[in-house]
Write a protein that binds this ligand. Structure first.
Ligand SMILES: [Zn+2]
Length: 268
């Protein structure tokens, strides 16, 4: 496969791109995952643009979750953004014979690993709900640091409904990973049953809500508009709030309408 001859040259050209927003960095890195040491910048731009390129379709790259995700941009703009990512060391180029291929840098892989682990966790939850336990086969022979991060996320989710699918996963893995999976199962088994906690919360918030609703509506609206936001350093309106019991009175916990940060208003 490695042919001698002139290397195919490329030139990075991030013209017009001053910075790329975080969500687009994630999207571009997600797209690169299917091309590591097998494809280059131009193919990545085509995936993100949702191109009907023959080779792209042959390779099944239209199944990428970010296929067409940057449709609003021209392919030239997308390529400029990819080049910006290369110049800022999220991606790098390595030659396979004559051809320049994409690879992750450590910085880029750390971001992509997060994105991918979140995606796998969602798929795992969905598979557990629908009893499609064979999903665990797709987790075999994956990058180890990705799988360890996934296990960490499963443990943090506290989701007991995942125990059965974790048991299924264990049966197809080697000893080292089996032990890791068992650790997560043990952790999940210790998690307090959910319904109990929710019931409690509902009871508490029922009584708090009763108190809140006993305040005349006009006064309630006034209180909502009179909340201090320490981020805005200003009196703002609270939104998306919940009412909770608080040392004899109640407290509204919600978001600042201006900046979206957490705010609270105690009502005696
Ligand atoms: Zn604010």
């Amino acid at each position: 496969m490695v042919k001698k001859g002139n290397k195919v040259r490329y030139e990075l050209n991030p013209t017009g791109i001053k910075s790329v927003p975080d969500n687009e960095i994630k999207t571009i890195l997600r797209g690169a995952d299917d091309l590591i040491m097998s494809g280059g910048r131009a193919m990545l731009a085509k995936i993100l643009a949702g191109s009907k390129d023959k080779k792209l379709l042959e390779l099944g790259l239209d199944y990428s979750p970010v296929y067409g995700a940057l449709k609003g941009n021209s392919q030239k703009e997308i390529l400029a953004k990819i080049d910006w990512l290369i110049l800022h060391h999220y991606l790098a180029i390595k030659y396979d014979g004559r051809l320049p291929m994409l690879v992750y840098t450590d910085k880029g892989w750390n971001i992509e690993r997060e994105t991918y682990a979140d995606e796998l966790l969602e798929k795992l939850i969905d598979a557990a709900e629908n009893k499609r336990y064979e999903f665990v086969e797709t987790l075999k022979d994956r990058n180890r640091s990705l799988i360890l991060l996934l296990l960490e996320k499963i443990a943090n989710s506290g989701n007991k409904d995942l125990i059965t699918i974790l048991n299924a996963w264990q049966t197809i893995e080697f000893k080292k990973l089996r032990t890791k999976i068992q650790e997560v199962i043990d952790l999940l088994e210790k998690v307090e049953e959910k319904p109990k906690r929710e019931e409690n919360q509902e009871l508490v918030s029922f009584s708090a809500n009763k108190k809140w609703l006993s305040i005349p509506v006009e006064f309630r609206r006034q209180l909502e508009r009179n909340v201090w936001c320490s981020y805005c350093c200003d009196v703002v309106k609270i939104e998306k709030y919940t009412v909770k019991e608080f040392s004899g009175g109640i407290v509204l916990e919600g978001k600042c309408q201006k900046c979206g940060n957490d705010v609270a208003r105690v009502i005696d």
